[in-house]
Design a protein around this ligand. Sequence first.
Ligand SMILES: *[C@@H]1O[C@H](CO)[C@@H](O)[C@H](O)[C@H]1NC(C)=O
Ligand SMILES: *[C@@H]1O[C@H](CO)[C@@H](O)[C@H](O)[C@H]1NC(C)=O
Ligand SMILES: [Zn+2]
Length: 446
Amino acid sequence: MVFNHQNILLISFLLTITTTLTYVKASEESNIISRFQQYLQTRTDHPTPNYTQSTNFLTTQANSLSLQSQTIEFVSGKPLILLKWTGTNSNLPSIMLYSHTDVVPAEHDKWDHHPFEAHVDDEGRIYARGSQDMKCVGMQYLEAVRNLKGWDFQPKRTVYLVFAPDEEVGGHDGAEKFSLSKVFQELNVGVVLDEGLASPDEHYRAFYGERSPWWLVIKAVGAPGHGSKLYDNSAMENLWKSIENIQRYRASQFDLIKAGLKADGDVVSINMAFLKAGTPSPTGFVMNLQPSEAEAGFDIRVPPTADTKSLERRIAEEWAPTSRNMSFTFKEKISVHDASGKPVFTKTDSSNPWWALLKNAVEEAGGKIRKPEVFPASTDGRFFRNLGLPTIGFSPMANTPILLHDHNEYLHKSEYLKGIKIYESIIKAYASFDEHGRDARSKDEL
Ligand SMILES: *[C@@H]1O[C@H](CO)[C@@H](O)[C@H](O)[C@H]1NC(C)=O
Ligand SMILES: *[C@@H]1O[C@H](CO)[C@@H](O)[C@H](O)[C@H]1NC(C)=O
Ligand SMILES: [Zn+2]
């Protein structure tokens, strides 16, 4: 290239544009991160979440995006924020982008940075309680909507953004009451997106169902006796036999994961939560007495695909058999079936177009997604699946250690920004999808 006058002018013109674009991009980025930080700084931690703060913040965001907003309290002091982006064809079932505003408590002294400061370190990690579970997702929905609106995208389907309270304490005063409400019915929801989990590798994870908690307490009785005497059928011996049996079953399930044959959510997990036995004395326990009663409690998690009849038989015949003077109760037993007796999970085959749409949208935005899994614990998604609605658990966090409920929960800035692009792609695909027939069918089948 010859450096004549014109060329030099052209080059300096181009340089100015590039610098300006870089500058605009950087300041846009810092605004995005700053909004995320503001949401993370709201003190919605249990046991006393301040929902006034999150409600104020979210309604301000909604106003700045010209989204209709409504604050609903099914239980006083526990607001659910419902935002609406009206579609051009309101006859089509709507899209619901769901998140919860509350977070679990944090032990400040175990953190490197204050859990509600949302400190960004030199590497770009944003430290805060809720950075993974799940203020990231709620805020990414809003940022994606902001960008789509900025590009004049018109949704065909109405898009709802829901920010619910109380997920971390069971969701009964938030998601559950909402899912059973007239308000919800009138939204004519066709598909729900809720939370997933971070993924340590480059593949995003998605969840089509979740395990149901069965909290089992088994109790043994037996003749009491002197601590020095060997005799059969003491309460302790009876309980001990069950514990051995349960441990063998636990190992067999764990082996399936260790061998790579099954994912965490696909096996029955069982862990001992308590052991209660012994005769108290002023110094601890009476040591020369075999007690007449002994109890143990177990947290069992059952996948929707499990053979529950055989598990129930196992409990009655092997873990707490009456022949060994044992009995059992459940402190909690959530059915893996819905009211009509079908296992509660969202199909990910060709009968459910929402799965294929999500997968393609993620891939179009440059993401990779793993085979869908069963969520190992519980989320609010179950309340919507119970209604037969396709519900996919998805939190776009790849290359990220799973730190939900842990100390030093963080999300890297670049993963957060990438997630916004992913949601732009998903919302675009979902809100544009318009095949009346298929909608009706997918709902019937689920
Ligand atoms: C909750 O937050 C609001 C708004 O920041 C504040 O005025 C109020 O005092 C807080 N409530 C409690 C109990 O801390
Ligand atoms: C069950 O309890 C009864 C009454 O205490 C006792 O006679 C019997 O031996 C016990 N049987 C077993 C298997 O523990
Ligand atoms: Zn969560």
